[in-house]
Design a protein around this ligand. Structure first.
Ligand SMILES: [Zn+2]
Length: 90
């Protein structure tokens, strides 16, 4: 790729910011980005077992590359039903 070319971008799967398409970690929220092929390789059974055994801890969500709500709240990226970010702690 020539140095003057615009690098391809994609949306962070957690905060939906535009980031470099090859980024491993989002520069906005710091969440690790899933590799495109890795997502296709995920099977239902391991996710089901993780959800069944460790569901309250959200491990199954991390397994598929999603962020649990507690992380989203702490990083200020948790949204209400209208998509508005919750920004005030008290
Ligand atoms: Zn992000």
């Amino acid at each position: 790729m020539p140095p003057y070319a615009v690098r391809p971008t994609t949306q962070c799967h957690a905060c939906h910011r535009l980031i470099d398409a090859e980024a491993v970690v989002c520069t906005g929220c710091g969440v690790m980005q899933p590799a495109a092929r890795a997502l296709d390789d995920k099977k239902i059974l391991p996710v089901f077992l993780l959800a069944f055994l460790l569901g309250p801890f959200g491990v199954h969500r991390f397994f598929v590359g999603k962020v649990v709500d507690l992380v989203m709240i702490i990083t200020g990226n948790f949204t209400d039903k209208d998509g508005n970010k919750l920004t005030e702690w008290t």
